[in-house]
Structure formats: structure tokens, C-alpha cells
Design a protein around this ligand. Sequence first.
Ligand SMILES: N[C@@H](CCC(=O)N[C@@H](CS)C(=O)NCC(=O)O)C(=O)O
Length: 238
Amino acid sequence: MADKIVLYTNHRCPWAHRAHIALAELGVPFEEVIIDLDRPRDPEYLQINPRGLVPSLQFNGEIITESAIVAGFLADTYPDKAPLVPVSSSKGGALARARIAFFVDAYFSKLQSQIFKLGAAKTDAEEAAVGEAVVAAALKELEPLLAGSTSPNKPFFGGSERLTLAEVLTGSFVVRLVALTKSGVWPSNIPALAAKQTPAFWAWAQAVAAHPSVTGIFNEDVITASTKARLAKQRAAA
Ligand SMILES: N[C@@H](CCC(=O)N[C@@H](CS)C(=O)NCC(=O)O)C(=O)O
């Protein structure tokens, strides 16, 4: 019998987006329940996830929360559908998992942490400085992990033809990086600087941002407008 999967989500949420990327890539059917984040959570949802956050996954009656745990669970549950990460007992599997985990950790702790500073960047110069810091982080931390392993035919982490768990966990943020820097909602100096200083990283980012499993629920207009509004609010409060 097929597994019964329900994803509690909101399409504006980059964390919930991780679960969508995993499910799309695995090709697993699921039911979707949209949680309205603009009002308090219903008691029914708080029973599913007492933290009130999305995503939550219901899998054959079991609840799993926290996006990285949800994505890892799906990858481990369906190792044969579209291997997102090798099983740890396979030859080289544990090492490959460690490499992916380190890449994801570097993406968030070094690069995305700079993006989170945009809420306090009030002037063009401050915003450009964040852009430079993002590319400096990509150069120091991510370029060495991608250069020499990816190619146009195998553009994903470790020289994979298909998305891996590295892209499942970073993809929703990467598609925002590409789209929002193009539209100038995030620092518009990033694309040119990144293409010049971090060619492997930027080629990887383009491939990730164009992948159908990543773009599936990504509504660029909605995300652009909501990010712009959130930044304006944060800057007014800063
Ligand atoms: N660490 C959580 C973060 C999830 C999260 O922050 N979700 C946001 C939407 S992007 C949320 O549900 N916010 C609702 C609220 O704070 O009330 C994860 O990775 O799943």
C-alpha cells in the first residue's frame, strides 16, 4: 500500500519549500494542507506541531517537524526513488553524507547569515557591503567545495547530474538569491561579483535556481513583494 503523506506548508516559507523540493525530486505523491501564517494557528494545527511552524509532515500517521529533519527523513525513506544522499552503510556513503552536511552548514552559517543582515542595512552603501560579504563568504567557503567537481552536465553537489540533499536543503534560499539579486530586492552587486569571483558557485546557483523541483512552488512575484515588504518593515524598526 502506498504511504499516506500530508505536508502542512505555506508556499512563501523557504523552510517548507525544502520539503516540496524533496517530494518533487522523489516523485512521491502527497496531500498538501496550506497553513495561513498571517493569523494565529488553529488548535488543530498546534496539536500537529506545538511550535506552530511549517513545515510539518504526516507520514502514515506519524508527525515529523523541522524542515531539515523532514527532508532527511524523506531522503532516507526513499533511497531508491531518486537517491538524494547515499545510505550511510554504502561504500563511501558516510563520507558523502558528511560532505553534504558540511556544505549545507557552510551555506547557512557563512553565506545566508550575511543575507539575514539585510534587515539592518538602510543605505545603498550598507546594502552593497552585505553583497560584498555574501560573495566573500561564497569565495572562501563554497567555491572550494564546488570548483573542479561540477560541470554543465553534472552541475550539482559532488558532480551529480541530479539534485542531492545539498540542493534540497539550500535550493529554496538559492532560488531567492538568484531572483532577488536580479530584481534588486537583495544586493544587486551580487550577480556580477559572484560570476567573476566565484564562477563555480554562481554556475551551481543558476542550475539550482532553474531546476523544476526547486521552481515548482516558487512564485517569484509573490516572494519578491513579500521580501521587499518584510525588509522595509525590518529597516523601519532597526
Ligand atoms: N526551523 C524551522 C523554521 C520554520 C519556520 O520558521 N517557519 C516559519 C515560516 S517560514 C513559520 O512557520 N512561522 C510561523 C510563525 O512564526 O508564527 C524549520 O526549519 O522547519
